[in-house]
Write a protein that binds this ligand. Structure first.
Ligand SMILES: [Ca+2]
Ligand SMILES: [Ca+2]
Ligand SMILES: [Ca+2]
Ligand SMILES: [Ca+2]
Length: 273
C-alpha cells in the first residue's frame, strides 16, 4: 500500500514538473509522441486498440481493387510503423536481418496502411490499402514479402498460443495476391493486387462470423520487403501487438466489436395505436 502511495505521489510530482516545464516552452515546441515517457515506466498497462466495425449493406468483391463506394460503410483506421506507439507498433524484435532499416521504424512513405473493417449478418470484411515505396514478392515464405497478416480470434478466447483454426488464426496474404500462407480451413477468402500506379498494394479479405463472439480479437501486421537479395523483410509493424511473436499469441491482439445485426422487430418503430 505504501509503495502505491509513493508511486502516486511520484506520478503527481511528475505531472506538476512536466506541466511547469511545458509552460516554459515556446508555443508549438511540443515533443514527438515517441519522446514521451514510456507508460511502462509508470507501471501502467498499455491500452489495447479497439474498433467498432461498420455495417455492410453490400458484400465487397474480393479483387484487390477498392471500387467507389465499395467500403464506404466500413470503419476506417490508418497507421504506420514510424514508432513503438499504438496504433502501428514496431517492437524491438521487428528489426531486419542485415537490412538497412535496423531499428525497424519506417516512415509513412516507406510503408503505411489504410484499413477498412465492416461486417454483415454473415461475414467480416477487411480491406488493407498499403502504400509501399518498393514492391518485392520474390520470396517463398509469404511473410518475407510485402504482405499483411490478418489475425482473427472469433471466439475471443485470447489464448497465449493461438488456436490455429478459424477460431484463432493469423492468415498471411501477399500484396500481389500471388500467395497465401497460414490459412485455416473454413469459410474464408481473399483477393489482392498491386495498385496500377505501382505505389502499393491492396488486400481484401472475408471470413464467416458464424458462431463469433460480439467482440472478437483482431490485429494486423504489415510486412515490408524493400531490399532485393536480403533474406528477411525490412520491417513489420502491427495495429496492436507489441512484438513479432504476437502472430502466435491471441492476447497480443486488439479488440473488434462487430456491427450489430438487426434481428426481429424493432420496438422503436412500433405504432402505438
Ligand atoms: Ca474490391
Ligand atoms: Ca517500403
Ligand atoms: Ca481463439
Ligand atoms: Ca516493400
Amino acid at each position: 500500500m505504501k509503495a502505491r502511495v509513493l508511486v502516486l505521489i511520484g506520478i503527481i510530482l511528475g505531472l506538476v514538473i512536466s506541466t511547469a516545464s511545458a509552460q516554459e516552452q515556446p508555443m508549438g515546441a511540443g515533443f514527438a509522441a515517441k519522446d514521451a515517457p514510456s507508460p511502462y515506466l509508470l507501471g501502467v498497462q498499455p491500452q489495447d486498440q479497439t474498433l467498432v466495425a461498420g455495417f455492410a449493406t453490400k458484400a465487397p468483391v474480393l479483387d484487390g481493387k477498392l471500387d467507389a463506394g465499395e467500403w464506404k460503410e466500413a470503419a476506417r483506421i490508418n497507421f504506420d510503423g514510424s514508432d513503438a506507439i499504438r496504433p502501428g507498433v514496431t517492437g524491438p524484435d521487428s528489426n531486419t536481418i542485415g537490412g538497412p532499416n535496423k531499428d525497424g521504424f519506417q516512415s509513412a512513405e516507406d510503408s503505411s496502411v489504410i484499413v477498412y473493417v465492416m461486417n454483415d449478418a454473415n461475414n467480416l470484411y477487411i480491406a488493407v490499402d498499403a502504400t509501399d515505396d518498393v514492391l518485392d514478392f520474390s520470396m517463398t515464405d509469404v511473410w518475407r514479402n510485402d504482405s499483411v497478416e490478418i489475425r482473427v480470434d472469433g471466439n475471443f478466447s485470447r489464448r497465449t498460443a493461438k488456436e490455429g483454426t478459424i477460431w484463432g488464426h493469423s492468415i498471411i496474404i501477399r500484396g500481389d495476391g500471388g500467395a497465401v500462407g497460414s490459412a485455416p480451413a473454413g469459410d474464408l477468402a481473399s483477393g489482392a493486387a498491386v495498385k496500377p500506379d505501382g505505389t502499393g498494394w491492396i488486400v481484401e479479405f472475408r471470413q464467416s462470423i458464424a458462431g463469433f463472439a460480439p467482440v472478437i480479437g483482431f490485429d494486423l501486421a504489415i510486412n515490408d520487403r524493400d531490399t532485393p537479395g536480403q533474406d528477411n523483410r525490412d520491417g513489420q509493424y502491427r495495429w496492436n501487438g507489441e512484438v513479432d511473436a504476437g502472430w502466435d499469441n491471441e492476447t497480443q491482439w486488439g479488440e473488434l466489436t462487430l456491427a450489430q445485426v438487426t434481428a426481429g422487430l424493432d420496438s422503436s418503430k412500433w405504432e402505438l395505436y
